[in-house]
Design a binder for this molecule. Structure first.
Ligand code: AMP
Ligand code: ZN
Length: 488
């Protein structure tokens, strides 16, 4: 498998450090707000990577942090703790909002079929690990104490900017407009390992340390949590591209200075989901959540499908039209799978191998998920029996996680019900079926009126009736034998 490595800026053959385990670390959410669908693009693609590694036979141990302390409003250690800001916004304690938004994050992940990592660790659980690393960095001269905080001294490294060839001026995150420069730093990109001084005296969570009562910086948490659960080396570290600098750059600086050897071999960065006006971000306050997609009648898995249709190393522009197209294609795909007849013969192993081979070739090439999705259509077109096609779709969906078999089964059931209703003459040869089993004469009348409009080729009226129903929260699915409807 070839995987692009941001550290070498090349696709490289993936070989784990230990044959019996792939150690994978993912930067988790800062739980001061709901995750937006941009954040979730990163988690979807990381989920695909983990599942593909398992698919090809690697045992994986995946660890993720939950940032519940220390991530300040500017990534360059300036401003206020995001958690504290979130707590104030909602008149709650920091721990209350951490719990609320951690649960909300995993609910969203569940709706998008994102597997929970093997270990999920809140940053506030590992204070001793951070203190151990920082103490060692102080002893070996990589860290210094100034103005009440402990800083990492980036001038001690031969090569600090590992992900790019930018010069220090291009990466001048330390001094942003409207943000005061921290005059305690010896070098512009030195970063805080431990804070005791804050302009914001109401910092909620504080711990005792050799440098005074305070709290850890954001970067040290990922090094500490990774080493606690995965030891002194790591195969793959993932995150969104904005994490590459300064967060991951700082993680490498402190981890390798502490360990005295290379820490992580592969860095996987997912490019951003953008709106037509720029990057989707939590701090701007303008962002879309999974719940909002659901409120608008979208299946969250249509969003997963949308993400899979493009490569993780290309930025992706979100528009409602793009999502509509993805949802339409996803529904059609399910309808086609529902049309397959299970149990029509034995699985043809040769075809199975050939088509999983196509899928693997796409995925082995730096997780080309758009080609991997195309492999699903190749399966549908293949000259083989339906049982083989269904076995292939179930197999590919172990990685793609689009619930294709479950949804196709449900669709097949719908069709069966429609057939049964037709046979019993429920509404002439045209069945109107509520998916929940409820009876609503008004809805039935509207669906009948739509059918009459279609018969009379008045498609504008038919569309208008469908829109009226949609506005009332009712979604229709056309079947060859009638219509099913549900409240969304
Ligand atoms: P945060 O909760 O802000 O710490 O971010 C969680 C993850 O989402 C990190 O890996 C970020 O790099 C990633 N991320 C943030 N914004 C976007 C975006 N617009 N598109 C994709 N990933 C993002
Ligand atoms: Zn991190």
């Amino acid at each position: 498998m070839y995987l692009y490595n941001s550290a070498s800026r090349k696709k490289e053959l993936f070989v784990p450090n230990h044959p019996d385990i792939v150690k994978m670390y993912t930067c988790g959410p800062t739980v001061y707000h709901f995750a937006h669908i941009g954040n979730l693009r990163s988690y979807i693609m990381e989920d695909v990577l983990e599942k593909y590694l398992r698919y090809v036979g690697y045992p994986v141990k995946r660890v993720m942090n939950i940032t519940d302390v220390g991530h300040l409003t500017s990534d360059a250690d300036e401003g206020e703790d995001k958690m504290l800001k979130g707590a104030r916004r909602e008149h709650k304690t920091v721990m209350e909002i951490a719990k609320f938004y951690t649960d909300a994050f995993f609910d969203d992940c569940g709706k998008l079929n994102i597997k929970r990592p093997d270990v999920v660790e809140p940053a506030t659980n590992c204070i001793d690990e951070y203190i151990k690393i920082i103490s060692e960095l102080m002893d070996t001269g990589y860290a210094y104490f100034a103005g009440g905080n402990v800083y990492f001294d980036t001038s001690k490294l031969d090569r600090y900017y590992v992900f790019n060839d930018f010069n220090a001026d291009d990466l001048d995150v330390g001094v942003r407009e409207g943000v005061e420069e921290d005059t305690n730093k010896r070098n512009k990109n030195d970063f805080v390992l431990w804070f005791t001084k804050s302009k914001f005296e109401d910092q909620a969570l504080k711990w005792d340390s050799p440098w005074g009562v305070g709290y850890p910086g954001w970067h040290i948490e990922c090094s500490g949590i990774s080493m606690k659960h995965l030891g002194e080396d790591l195969d793959i570290h993932c995150g969104g591209i904005d994490n590459a600098f300064p967060h991951h750059t700082n993680e490498i600086a402190q981890s390798e200075s502490y360990l005295g050897h290379k820490w992580c071999n592969w860095w996987m960065h997912v490019l951003h989901l953008n709106t037509t006006s720029g990057k989707m971000s939590k701090s701007s306050g303008e962002f879309l959540t999974v719940s909002l997609l659901e409120e608008k009648g979208y299946d969250p898995l249509s969003y997963r499908f949308f993400c899979l249709q493009s490569h993780y190393r290309k930025s992706l522009v979100f528009t409602w039209e793009n999502l509509d197209n993805a949802q339409g294609a996803y529904r059609k795909l399910i309808a086609r799978i529902a049309g397959l007849k299970p149990g029509d013969g034995a699985v043809d192993q040769a075809v199975f191998e050939e088509l999983t081979g196509k899928f693997k070739a796409a995925m082995d090439n730096d997780l080309n998920t758009s080609l991997a999705v195309t492999a699903l259509y190749d399966v549908l077109k293949a000259k083989t029996n339906d049982e083989t096609k269904l076995a292939l779709i179930a197999d590919l969906d172990r990685v793609l996680s689009l619930s294709l078999i479950e949804k196709a089964d449900a669709k097949r059931e719908e069709l069966k019900k429609a057939e049964a209703a037709k046979a019993s003459g429920a509404a002439g040869s045209f069945a109107i079926i509520s998916e929940s089993g409820e009876d609503d004469p008004e809805v039935t009348a509207k669906i009948e009126a739509r059918r009459a409009a279609k018969k009379a080729k008045d498609f504008a009226l038919a569309d208008q009736i469908r829109e009226e129903l949609r506005a009332a929260g009712i979604e229709l699915t056309d079947l060859p034998t009638g219509v099913t409807w549900k409240r969304v």
